[in-house]
Design a binder for this molecule. Structure first.
Ligand code: FAD
Length: 545
């Protein structure tokens, strides 16, 4: 019978071992894990800080005894694999409690060692006892104990990616004063700059301090100094600036490493040695959109890659067409989901593209819990192929993005999204869902039905005294409007067309772009041909500026 060794016993490792068992009742399967726990929920770690998860022990889903009983899989925790000896097909393992080393043979070896939090050595004080990187149950319990025992008040979280944002939010819920520091000009890079503004506002509205475009220079016991010289009070510092794939074992064994720094694998997740597979955060995958390698440190890829690797050991081939990258985060009252390429990434990849930005209601607006949902769709021109989407709102942004992710995975186009027949009742959506609307706007733009300017251009338009027509009702206009914008409500447009100039470009907006679209269509039918809709309209402009 086969002997399968698995390095790492969490998302990828545990999935690979369990799948291998389902395919072969007689294989000898051993999982070697350096830490004290296997099969824990990394993704739920931040929620212990706020006690959304009441006990850190609850984060661990299965222990070695359960693995043995349920799956006949031998799990050895606190056993670190320190070398792979490819010629003999063995690994050298160190039993951490007693320091003894031993070897184990394998027919197939699956590496799922993950990635470690980056702690930049250039930061003075990075090894201080009040600095934490979060990767596992031990880390989160240590942070939690430290801040409770020391009665910490101010905590700095460095890095505005998924982990940084989730840790920061949970610390706010736990009652700490939290400063989130991010070196770039925005948090959450799966989102474009314009969409990220919605997240920034939500963080600020919930009492977080947000510092962008600044880095950490020096960490002290209750304050940190930023590159700008600014001092920030911090009794504890959580470093979440990214993860480095754990490739040392693979490198030392001479396995090929890809250009992104992850272990190189083929479509069946075999490394450059066909007996050794690698999955999860440690590898690089192929992007089906840019046709280039990329790293994707997320749980879905880790689990599906693990399954595919185990399958391939048993001759089942994986139909691997490449990854697109889909993810979601909750930030206070908002869900923010994205899939595929954002506008910035599509442009950086040299793909000709255009965007549709709609802000419809996520449910029929008569419903008491209806809220606007911001949907930004990125599509290739002139083909209309869907490249990516971002959705943010209080409602089900994830469901919207899942629909688009499904289509992108099938090379879908704007037409496919327009025709996507989705379920509807007023309590859950609108008859024509937000994603259908985004497709309709995209098709209008693709076919030149009307033109738009991005909201990033609004400041320039205002400053250059461009002709901006606000088609909202007077009450809305009086409550706040763009400087120098003329108010011609859609309801009065047909009587007041002569107030709109024909000799220069006219930029129209309303609250969410829907009324301004109607205004543009009416005006175009009456001979106006130099009109632009401001994408995102007032709702997005207010968040952006
Ligand atoms: P891991 O799950 O990290 O497992 C690797 C294991 O290998 C580790 O336990 C390590 O100790 C062990 N190991 C390493 N080297 C050795 C060795 N030489 N010998 C023995 N053992 C070794 N993803 C999402 O999709 N959604 C989320 O909401 C989300 N939230 C997250 C929140 C946090 C705080 C964190 C840390 C991650 C989150 N992720 C999320 C990412 C997701 O958890 C990872 O992508 C996934 O766990 C990767 O699986 P993996 O098997 O590659 O690595």
């Amino acid at each position: 019978s086969k002997r399968i060794l698995v390095v790492g016993g969490v998302a990828g490792g545990a999935s690979a071992a369990a799948r291998a068992r389902r395919l072969d009742e007689h294989a000898e399967i051993i999982v070697l894990e350096r830490g004290p726990h296997v099969s824990f929920s990394n993704c739920a770690l931040p929620y212990f800080l706020s006690r959304t998860v009441a006990d850190s022990a609850d984060l661990v889903m299965m222990d070695p005894a359960q693995f043995k009983k349920k799956y006949n899989i031998e799990v050895r925790t606190e056993n670190e694999v320190i070398a792979i000896n490819r010629e003999e097909k063995t690994v050298t393992v160190k039993n951490l409690p007693d320091g003894k080393e031993y070897t184990e043979t394998y027919d197939a070896l699956i590496l799922s060692p993950g990635g470690e939090p980056i702690l930049p050595g250039a930061i003075e004080g990075i090894r201080n006892e009040n600095v934490f990187g979060i990767r596992n149950v031990v880390d989160i319990a240590k942070l939690d104990a430290y801040i409770r025992d020391r009665k910490a008040e101010d905590i700095a979280v460095v890095g505005g990616g998924f982990i940084g944002c989730e840790i920061a939010e949970n610390l706010v819920h736990a009652g700490y004063k939290v400063t989130l520091i991010e070196a770039m000009d925005q948090v959450m890079t799966p989102f474009d700059y314009d969409m990220a503004q919605i997240l920034h506002k939500e963080m600020l509205d919930n009492g977080m301090t947000l510092i962008l475009k600044d880095g950490v220079k020096k960490i002290g016991s209750n304050a940190i100094e930023l590159s700008s010289g600014r001092q920030v009070k911090a009794d504890a510092v959580v470093m979440a600036v990214g993860i480095r794939p754990e490739t040392t074992l693979a490198k030392n064994a001479g396995l090929a490493i890809g250009e992104t720094g992850g272990i190189k694998v083929n479509a069946n997740f075999q490394t450059s040695d066909p007996s050794i597979y690698a999955v999860g955060d440690a590898i690089e995958v192929f992007s089906r959109l840019t046709r280039k390698p990329m790293r994707l440190a997320l749980a879905w890829p880790a689990q599906m890659e693990a399954r595919a690797a185990a399958d391939h050991i048993y001759g089942i081939r994986n139909q691997q067409k490449g990854f697109i990258g889909s993810s979601v985060i909750r930030i206070f009252s908002l869900l923010a989901a994205s899939t595929g390429l954002n506008e910035k990434a599509a442009k950086a990849a040299g793909i000709p593209c255009e965007i549709a930005y709609v802000i419809p209601s996520d449910k029929v607006s008569l419903m008491p819990d209806a809220h606007p949902i911001h949907v930004k769709l990125v599509f290739e021109t002139p083909t209309g192929r869907l490249l990516g989407a971002q959705a943010i709102g209080k409602g089900e942004a994830d469901r919207r993005i899942d629909v688009i992710a499904a289509l992108i995975s099938m090379d879908g186009t704007l037409e496919d999204l327009k025709n996507m027949e989705l379920c509807y009742a007023p309590v859950v959506s609108t008859a024509k869902d937000a994603v259908n609307m985004a497709a309709l706007v995209g098709l209008n733009l693709l076919h030149g039905v009307y033109r738009q300017v991005p909201l990033t251009k609004v400041r320039e338009l205002v400053e250059s005294n461009a002709c901006i027509v606000d088609v909202r009702e007077p009450g809305e206009y009086n409550a706040g409007h763009l400087l120098n914008a003329i108010n011609i409500p859609l309801s009065q447009l047909r009587q007041r067309m002569d107030e709109i100039p024909k000799d220069r470009p006219v930029y129209l907006h309303c609250r969410s772009s829907q009324r301004s679209y109607n205004a543009i269509m009416a005006l175009q039918h009456c001979g106006f041909d130099n009109l632009y809709n401001i994408a995102g309209s007032y709702l997005a402009i207010c968040l952006y500026e």
